[in-house]
Design a protein around this ligand. Structure first.
Ligand SMILES: NC(=O)C1=CN([C@@H]2O[C@H](COP(=O)(O)OP(=O)(O)OC[C@H]3O[C@@H](n4cnc5c(N)ncnc54)[C@H](OP(=O)(O)O)[C@@H]3O)[C@@H](O)[C@H]2O)C=CC1
Ligand SMILES: O=C1O[C@H](COP(=O)(O)O)[C@@H](O)[C@H](O)[C@H]1O
Length: 448
């Protein structure tokens, strides 16, 4: 077991997300913008209100397309039968003339959402259901399509089938959703391809163009894949499938690298292809109701503020407990382990939110600044403060449950931790001497 040097913790803190709701829109954060190249796509401004966040991300204001989203426009060439990469690349980087812009009706813009890694766990459990919820609430634009992309071979019908099996509406569980679901599924398509194949992304681009039908086309790539393939996917998406006349944005999941160095390298590589304000880093725990309520509870109730300190709190426990194992996610999980999968991002975010001082305002930047101060006051972890483990097989009520290494997607003999517990300390006047106990584990006895 290695210790987590302070530098790693700090590195992630630099990209701490802001808080909003729902998986799809939560925790969107931009780090400092470094203008490396002329802006090709200008994003809309983010606000903390959940609905505004959806709208901002999608380039909308009050549900309508906003010209302030900065979507640039150009004439759209008809769907090319054999468009070479060169042409597409030129097209995606070219600026439209003002005359060309006038010819396009921006209110008629379309959004193409590409779920990269659509065959995976996150896509099934969170992204498609979250997109459906947005559709259900009329938060998606009139013209939108969703394109699943992954290596696994699947037809559109198979993707729709997969999505429909896991589609739960989080908005209102009582109402009949069948009609809405059908409408939604008709907008979902699948394209099989490699993450590092320009040609496969050119084909995806061609398909998207068919659906975009000559409108201003905004494109959103949701990277629901292991971090080690982020760069390949971003390179191909940006060079072969970015929008030629609207904005192109990328949502990046945690963990953002393995450590401080790889996180910095990842940012550097992404910026070869994207402006900082095209990159949206996400931590879905910040969108959980309980976590959102934490700040409201604390800062809206004068009663709590004086009690929120070492004088009245003996310890703080942050517990993540899942009652199921990796279940085929070894391809991702085994490279990262529970500390990088859960503790360094989800639990650390909650800890920072819990322990921070009152921010100047509830704006994302002000909250982030306070969180960073907490992280900078944290004592580096030592081995003595950490326990790790890995789940074994067991039988309960006649049913047997596999060990971590029984999962076919986990390498034989893997020592990757699936459980970790750590005692963390914040050396400042408010929390001096109060242990923050973090525990995270998969395949434990209960879920909480
Ligand atoms: N699962 C969850 O609840 C959450 C996950 N996340 C994050 O989302 C990302 C994806 O997670 P998740 O969906 O669980 O992961 P999965 O293991 O399910 O992987 C997603 C897809 O990526 C492809 N893939 C997996 N391993 C590799 C590999 N080694 N090389 C190339 N492609 C691979 C597979 O598609 P194919 O083989 O078809 O190409 C797979 O379906 C991670 O960064 C994770 O941290 C964040 C929050 C929650
Ligand atoms: O980020 C992740 O979170 C999920 C758990 O999310 P929850 O919202 O269902 O609590 C976890 O299963 C997964 O390993 C991890 O990557």
């Amino acid at each position: 077991m290695e210790t987590i040097p302070w530098s790693r913790v700090r590195s992630y803190a630099a990209g701490l997300p802001s808080s909003t709701s729902s998986h799809f829109i939560s925790g969107l954060k931009r780090a400092e913008a470094v203008p490396l190249a002329p802006k090709k796509f200008l994003p809309a401004k983010l606000s903390c209100h959940p609905k505004s966040c959806v709208n901002a991300l999608m380039g909308f204001e009050d549900g309508r397309l906003s010209s302030s989203s900065g979507a640039t426009a150009t004439t759209i060439s008809p769907v090319e039968e054999d468009s070479p990469l060169k042409t597409l690349k030129y097209e995606s980087l070219s600026f439209p003339s003002s005359e060309e812009r006038k010819n396009l009706n921006e209110n008629d813009a379309t959004i193409s959402i590409v779920v990269v890694g659509a065959s995976g766990d996150l896509a099934k459990k969170k992204i498609f259901p979250a997109l459906f919820s947005l559709f259900y609430e009329d938060c998606l634009p009139e013209h939108f399509t969703i394109h699943g992309y992954a290596r696994r071979k699947m037809t559109d019908a198979e993707l729709r089938n997969m999505v429909s099996e896991t589609l739960t509406c989080r908005i209102d569980k009582r109402v009949s959703r069948v009609e809405k679901m059908d409408q939604f599924l008709k907008r979902c398509f699948y394209h099989s391809g490699q993450y590092d194949s320009m040609q496969n992304f050119v084909e995806l681009d061609r398909k998207m163009k068919q659906h975009e039908g000559g409108r201003v086309s905004n494109r959103l790539f949701y990277l629901s894949i292991p971090p080690n393939i982020f760069i390949d996917a971003v390179r191909c998406a940006s060079m072969s499938a970015s929008s030629g006349n609207g904005w192109t944005r990328v949502i990046v999941e945690k963990p953002f690298g393995r450590d401080s160095e790889s996180s910095a390298a990842l940012t550097k590589s992404l910026k070869q292809y994207l402006e900082e304000d095209q990159i949206f880093r996400i931590d879905h725990y910040l969108g959980k109701e309980l976590v959102e309520n934490l700040s409201v509870l604390r800062f809206s109730n004068l009663i709590f503020e004086p009690l929120w300190s070492r004088q009245y709190i003996r310890n703080v426990q942050l517990i993540f407990s899942e009652d199921f194992g990796t279940e085929g996610r070894g391809g991702y999980f085994d490279n990262y382990g529970i500390i990088r999968d859960i503790m360094q991002n989800h639990l650390l975010q909650i800890l920072a939110l819990f322990a921070m001082e009152t921010p100047v305002s509830l704006d994302a930047e002000d909250i982030r600044n306070e969180k960073v101060k907490v992280l900078r006051s944290m004592r580096p972890l030592t081995l003595d403060d950490v326990v790790i483990g890995q789940y074994k097989s067991h039988t309960k009520g006649g049913t047997s449950f596999p060990a971590y290494t029984d999962d076919k997607t986990v390498p034989k003999g893997s020592l990757t931790p699936t459980f970790a517990a750590a005692a963390l300390f914040i050396d400042n006047s408010r929390w001096d001497g109060v242990p923050f106990l973090m525990k995270a584990g998969k395949a434990l006895h209960n879920k909480r």
